[in-house]
Design a protein around this ligand. Structure first.
Ligand SMILES: Cc1ncc(COP(=O)(O)O)c(C=O)c1O
Length: 427
């Protein structure tokens, strides 16, 4: 069969394959264990931590969509990241971008600093010397997140993979923000793709899960072994829901994206918006690269408000169609304040270096009717403008933004680390 299109892979995964009852929709195998036909005669499945038919269907669909030889479905996006890191030893150097997802940043920095699991090099891929800096540190693994969270910065995947190949390093790309529908890093030379399937792949904000897709079968086999050994494979029910969500990924992405484009155009007209971060904008520094390596600009965007941080609640409280919440990629629109939410686990200094300012807001644009989304934003901007005019940040109902105290991860041992506020942030 010729290469199938995304919509077909997603819609047909496991359909009409049931040999027990000819069910069209694949059944959900909620079993932890499997009967042996006789002693020494285990079947294809023996224990659901190792293998489960429902999880396998999702893994096969994800591997085909990303163009990989093997996918491993994990219980969270973070555990997919943890899994990829099993390829490293304490002698190895891991290169990460300075502006990745806060939870990934916390994982990398704490494993390096507190557990000495590997050496860490934090690089700004937007600076001209990024290649020289990578060459100098001779990494075993290069981690990319493009577009980055929350500033939507773009890294040239092909260029990074070419350099990695020269250095015999493995390239991992976190493809959560775009999904395979809008970007296929393995085709650009990456070795491993990581997803928080919690986001667009499931798409309905009712599952926390992850996946890792490998180009190379032997790396996939090793990581599958580690996933079972560590006990981080995904639950069957989560895989069932995620497969159900995956079926509509492509049409959802189209809707998300067309709504996002109109929200961006609207934000650009707002006098209280000082900057919009969206790779679809011609003036975005990564626009040309995004255009070359992506099949669309996605539905995540951020913007800076030109107001005092104390006035943010006025804007946020006025919104009805954008829920103030963590996460992204669900059918519903969400708004978040990265500084105190998704990126709270980064120190204040790291946030500043990454360009995450106090009035930066991030939108995950959903699939609601665009007119309702724009009307909602319009109301919020009017309220904010009135508050600015009256200089009344303390409206009766408004709650002050919670001050988050950030400290750089401590290097002084476990006792002090326990009291490090950056470690207590849960997201
Ligand atoms: C880009 C990215 N990678 C990884 C993760 C972690 O995924 P999870 O929350 O499913 O563990 C997130 C979560 O927000 C994310 O945004």
């Amino acid at each position: 069969m010729t290469q199938r299109r995304f919509a077909t892979i997603a819609a047909r995964a496991g359909i009409a394959q049931d040999t027990a009852h000819e069910a069209v929709t694949p059944p959900l195998y909620l079993t932890s264990t499997y009967r042996l036909k006789a002693l020494g005669q285990a079947g294809q499945y023996d224990y659901s931590r190792s293998n489960n038919p429902t999880r396998d269907l999702l893994a096969e669909a994800l591997a085909e969509m990303e163009g990989g030889s093997q996918a491993i479905v994990t219980n969270t996006g973070m555990s997919a990241c943890v899994l990829a890191l099993q390829l490293l030893t304490p002698e190895d150097t891991l290169v990460i971008p300075h502006d990745c997802y806060g939870g990934s940043y916390r994982l990398f920095t704490n494993l390096a600093e507190r557990k000495r699991s590997f050496k860490l090099e934090i690089i700004n891929f937007q600076q001209a010397d990024w290649q020289a800096r990578i060459q100098a540190c001779k990494p075993a693994m290069i981690w990319l997140e493009t577009p980055s969270n929350p500033l939507l910065q773009i890294t040239d995947i092909k260029a990074a993979c070419q350099l990695a190949k020269q250095l015999r390093a493995i390239t991992v790309v976190d493809n959560t923000f775009l999904s395979p529908v809008l970007q296929q890093p393995l085709a650009l030379g990456a070795d491993i793709v990581v997803h928080s399937t919690t986001k667009y792949i499931n798409g309905h904000s009712d599952v926390v899960a992850g996946a890792l897709i490998c180009a190379d079968q032997s790396i996939g086999d090793e990581l599958k072994w580690w996933a079972n050994c560590l006990g981080i494979t995904g639950a069957a029910f989560d895989a069932y829901l995620t497969l159900r969500g995956l079926r509509t990924l492509q049409p959802r992405m189209q809707l998300h994206q067309s709504n996002a484009e109109q929200v961006v155009a609207f934000l650009q007209q707002q006098p209280l918006v000082s900057k919009v971060y969206y790779p679809g904008l011609i003036e975005h520094p990564g626009h040309a690269t995004a255009k070359a390596q992506q099949q669309g600009f996605g539905a995540m965007l951020s913007f800076d408000l030109d107001v005092a941080p104390e006035q943010l609640p006025v804007f946020l409280d006025a919104l009805q169609c954008f829920t103030l919440a963590q996460s992204l990629g669900g059918i519903e629109s969400l708004i978040c304040h990265p500084g105190s939410m998704t990126h709270a686990s980064m120190s204040a200094e790291a946030q500043q270096v990454a360009g995450i300012g106090p009035t930066l807001l991030r939108l995950s644009v959903g699939i609601e009717a665009i007119d309702d989304l724009l009307a909602d934003l319009s109301t919020a901007f009017k309220r904010l403008a009135a508050a600015v005019k009256n200089n009344s940040s303390q409206l009766p109902d408004s709650k002050p933004v919670q001050e988050t105290v950030h400290e750089a991860p401590s290097d002084t041992g476990p006792t002090e680390c326990r009291f490090n506020p950056a470690l207590t942030a849960l997201w």
